[in-house]
Write a protein that binds this ligand. Structure first.
Ligand SMILES: [Zn+2]
Length: 968
């Protein structure tokens, strides 16, 4: 009875559809499929593979029969979501191709190609008229996306005959494997069912379905499933449930590529978005029981139109209501994430005036059926997620229950159908909102300052300026270039200056990307980064202008990203390159690898110009002139030729043999290191755990780079439990997708104690090890170098030199920097890592362990009368905080800043004949913080100088006294 009392404001037609199908809910009774005829056998198989009646909805309890269109059951010889089976990328695409070949309501598209060469595909589904008119419909949404060319009256006319496009994205995270299966079935159902609701969806919308966004990852996971997981149903004894790689670079981070668009999957999605201007982009994930429809609890991104959050809530509550009405437990919304950071796959919509949505369904992590025992501690079924709440009226089961892949599919597909119907019912309102959001964004740029954001060219690295401009253009943010000098209230800028005028439909996103973030400190914990400001990431300055005359200035719209180039000036046998912080110096060094290059350790003057420390001095050598010219041209570097080498202390800078260690237990963050190196054509050896164990590291590498890993110390050493081994990751007939980008006879066991010994030998024998982010845990807490304790942060003991952090910190129980830009100061401005940087700068930091100031040595806990040795501050190269008192925070948010200020951000610690350079941040965060990368490039460029310990450690600095006093 309760179900019939449902009142769904604004969804009257959908409610009617729910009511019409309520008669079908009793599974004991025969399923009434009218006006469809069920494909014979489909009702029974779906019922068989659904573990409980309450986990099924009438909408997905049968497959409609079709005389002319192949069903997925006919194609796969099983129902989608059958236990123990998964379709790979090729099979999924082949089915959708067959569907499109047989149905005039389906059209097939290839929208990209993965790094490993797999097609990324999509189908469009609508009624016959819609499919015939796809070009017109696409032109209509494109016109609605730009209010400058479509005034409100014209928009109303367009809306009358336009349709919202609803894009569904499956298979982003490869071990969340159910969505691909559910989208194959959904595509078929939408194409052939004659249910009134399905017809309404077909007639009022265009549905786009991408069955596998991460094509390489899908195939690796499917191979993994059949090799290691098939037939295993006991959660307690399941081995590692996912291959070490999905796509070539990122792992989970594949859905954190929205601002940067580096992966082929993201590029395909972006192309799709600007081809179709979908009203909704919906990404399908699996984690929490049983279906969480994303909303975010706030804080909300101030640069996303508020209408979007209303639309998200409305669609989500419609899903909760519909499925709760069916009696399906565990469908909820709201209490997940925050909606401040829009950096996920669906965020391409949020950032461009459309709606980004997502589900987390309960996936089991395998295609097998699993019994979840009550109280067994599964985080997805924690007690706090099992209570009835306003946002979760019918919670997931709190008792033991059994869950299957088909159950997961039933939830996924039912939820999506209810969302599609909600969109079909209010298609015109949603199109109008889409137009309005672009209109609001544009009008803000017309009516209120800032009217433009000016990006001065040059800034020490024209290439980096161009790269940031390119990143904006990739997001369809229009960038102009001054064709004459630009005089504004805020200052004068030469011709060639870049200008982002804000009277454009993506003004809000331009603001979000180009100005600092301010995450509210008193709101809930963020889900991910809280800063993505591009100028902070690129170490560039931009200028907001409140001068409206910028709109009538001589500006030219850029059609192509700028391609700056450099050159060689002057004459003489010595080439000089001024270090102005260029990010391309490491690439330049490898391109000039066969030549001898010296790097100045102090500033000097030559040919009437000043050169800072870090500048290059190259004496003429056979073939050099040509090579330098090419490097200057390609990497926008300006060389000067002079007659005489300057008399300045300098060191030889031979490019190192670089090894990049990637533990099998976590390849995600280091994938971004590999990406950055590949983009810059830096040669390196991929170092596996077994390569570390095999030893002789000094024979093979000069520098061992160990990036950030999300692993505890024990996991960094011992890796994937050996008890699961051996687990080969090699290409075989049964696992053709394995073995890339690296292969192994056994990915379990990590480097082990034996490998740790090899790393110790490498360092002590004269190697340079560079550790980033939590990779530094291995160096400092694994004992490769000694004298640095993990610190709890906590309140400061001294306020001196903390830039007001003391008072602020009193409010914060702990120090947290969940992806923020923070100020730092060089404690050793003469150190090679400082080359190209001012003495005070900033870097990006996520939550990494906090470390105390280094001491000469530490005493043991049971030694009650003896004391830790005095501080040895000589190893601190860079410290957290600004020595002249500017606040720690540049963009994002920081809690408990006093737990950081004065503590080491980069340590250079000698050990034996080698050194460890330990970063307390990650300069390779998702290819965003490019301005931080030069610090690593500096370590690589100057590795021999660092090993020699030259230049000598600078004098102890006054500011550390405050830090020293702050220690227990
Ligand atoms: Zn996911």
């Amino acid at each position: 009875m309760r179900r019939q009392l449902l009142s769904v404001a604004g969804f009257t037609r959908a409610t009617a559809a729910v009511a019409a199908t309520l008669a079908l809910t009793a599974r004991a009774a025969p399923v009434d499929t009218g006006p469809d005829t069920a494909e014979p056998g489909s009702i029974e198989e779906i019922a068989r593979d659904t573990t409980e009646a309450r986990f099924l909805s009438p909408w997905v309890s049968y497959l409609p029969a079709s005389a002319s269109v192949p069903s997925p059951r006919a194609f796969l010889h099983r129902i989608p979501g059958a236990p123990g089976e998964l379709a790979n990328t090729e099979t999924a695409a082949a089915y959708l191709r067959a569907l499109a070949g047989a149905s005039p309501r389906v059209r097939f598209f290839t929208i990209g190609r993965s790094e490993e060469g797999r097609d990324i595909v999509m189908v469009a589904i609508a009624d016959e008229a819609g499919i015939a008119e796809l070009d017109r419909l696409r032109a209509a949404t494109a016109a609605l996306a730009d209010p400058r060319r479509t005034d409100p009256a014209a928009a109303e006319k367009l809306i009358a005959s336009a349709r919202p496009v609803y894009y569904l994205n499956a298979g982003t995270h490869s071990d969340e494997s159910g969505s691909t299966e559910s989208m194959l079935e959904l595509a078929y159902r939408l194409a052939v069912s004659e249910q009134p609701m399905i017809r309404r969806i077909r007639e009022n919308t265009v549905v786009l379905i991408n069955p596998v966004l991460n094509a390489d990852g899908r195939d690796k996971f499917v191979d993994w499933f059949y090799r290691y997981l098939k037939g295993k149903t006991d959660l307690a004894t399941l081995p590692r449930m996912s291959p070490p790689y999905w796509s070539k670079y990122a792992y989970v981070d594949i859905n954190r590529d929205t601002h940067q668009v580096t992966h082929e999957a993201t590029k395909a999605l972006n192309r799709m978005f600007f081809d179709w201007h979908p009203t909704v982009v919906h990404d399908l994930h699996e984690s929490i029981a049983l279906l969480m429809t994303w909303n975010g609890t706030g804080p909300y991104n101030p640069n996303v139109d508020p209408l979007t959050f209303d639309e998200m809530l409305e669609l989500s509550f419609h899903e909760v209501q519909t499925m709760t009405g069916f009696g399906m437990p565990g469908v909820w919304t709201w209490n997940f994430g925050e909606s401040f950071s829009e950096l996920y796959v669906d965020s391409v919509a949020m950032n461009h005036n459309a709606i980004g949505r997502g589900y987390e369904t309960f996936g089991n992590g395998t295609a097998e059926t699993i019994t979840h025992v009550a109280g067994s501690g599964l985080p997805e079924l924690s007690p706090e997620s099992l209570t009835p709440e306003w946002y979760r009226p019918l919670p997931p089961p709190s008792e033991t229950f059994t869950w299957s892949a088909r159950d997961n599919l039933n939830y996924n597909e039912t939820g999506v159908l209810s969302a599609l119907d909600a969109v079909a019912v209010q298609s015109k309102a949603l199109l109008r909102n889409f137009y309005l959001k672009g209109y609001h964004s544009w009008r803000k740029g017309v009516e209120q300052p800032p009217y433009a954001i000016v990006i001065p060219d040059g800034q020490g690295d024209r290439l980096r300026v161009a790269q940031m401009v390119q990143r904006l253009m990739r997001q369809h943010i229009e960038v102009q270039r001054a064709t004459a000098p630009l005089a504004l209230k805020e200052g004068s800028f030469p011709a060639g200056t870049y200008v982002v005028r804000l009277d454009q439909p993506y003004r809000n996103y331009a603001i979000d990307l180009l100005l600092p973030q301010d995450y509210p400190k008193d709101k809930g914990a963020p889900y991910d980064d809280v800063s993505w400001e591009l100028p902070a990431n690129y170490h560039l300055e931009v200028v907001k202008t409140a001068d409206a005359s910028v709109r009538t200035a001589a500006l030219e719209l850029l059609a192509q990203p700028p391609q700056p180039s450099g050159g060689v000036a002057g004459a003489g046998p010595v080439y000089l390159l001024r270090d102005t912080g260029q990010e391309s110096l490491l690439e330049a060094r490898y391109r000039l690898a066969r030549f001898q290059v010296s790097i100045a350790e102090l500033g000097f003057s030559a040919g009437g110009a000043d050169y800072p420390a870090g500048s290059w001095i190259i004496k003429d050598q056979p073939g050099l002139a040509e090579a330098v010219r090419a490097v200057a041209q390609d990497l926008a570097l300006d060389f000067a030729r002079v007659t005489q080498a300057p008399a300045v202390a300098s060191h030889d800078a031979r490019p190192p043999r670089l090894g990049v260690w990637v533990p099998w237990a976590d390849t995600d963050s280091i994938g971004w290191v590999r990406y950055s190196l590949d983009q810059r054509h830096i040669p390196y050896s991929y170092v596996r755990d077994e390569d570390i164990r095999a030893g002789h590291l000094r024979d093979r590498y000069d520098v061992l780079l160990y990036g950030h890993v999300d692993l505890e110390l024990a996991e960094q050493i011992h890796g994937i439990p050996k008890s699961w081994g051996p687990m080969p990751f090699k290409k075989t007939a049964q696992s053709p997708s394995f073995g890339t980008p690296a292969e192994s006879d056994d990915i379990t066991g990590g480097i082990g104690w034996a490998g740790l010994q090899q790393i110790q030998d490498f360092v002590e024998g004269g190697g340079l090890m560079v550790t980033l982010g939590s990779g530094t845990v291995l160096a400092l807490e694994g004992g490769i170098v000694r004298g640095v304790r993990r610190d709890s942060g906590g309140p400061p003991r001294s306020a001196a030199g903390t830039g007001g952090a003391a008072a602020e910190s009193a409010l914060d129980a702990e120090t947290r920097t969940p992806g923020s830009h923070l100020r730092v100061s060089f404690a050793r401005p003469q150190h090679p890592i400082a080359y190209g940087y001012p003495a005070r700068t900033h870097v990006f930091r996520q939550n990494y362990p906090l470390y105390a100031l280094p001491r000469q040595s530490l005493q043991m806990a049971y030694c009650t009368g003896c004391l830790d040795r005095p501080y040895d501050l000589s190893s601190i190269v860079l410290e957290w905080g600004d020595r002249e008192g500017a606040p720690l925070l540049v963009s994002g948010q920081v809690w408990g800043p006093a737990g950081l200020v004065g503590r080491p951000a980069i340590l250079d610690m000698p050990e034996g004949r080698g050194h460890v350079i330990a970063f307390n941040f990650n300069p390779f965060h998702r290819d965003l913080n490019r301005g931080d990368q030069r610090m690593v490039w500096n370590a690589l460029l100057n590795w021999q100088s660092i090993l020699r310990g030259t230049p000598a450690a600078g004098p102890a600095k006054p500011a550390t006294e405050a830090g020293a006093g702050a220690q227990p």
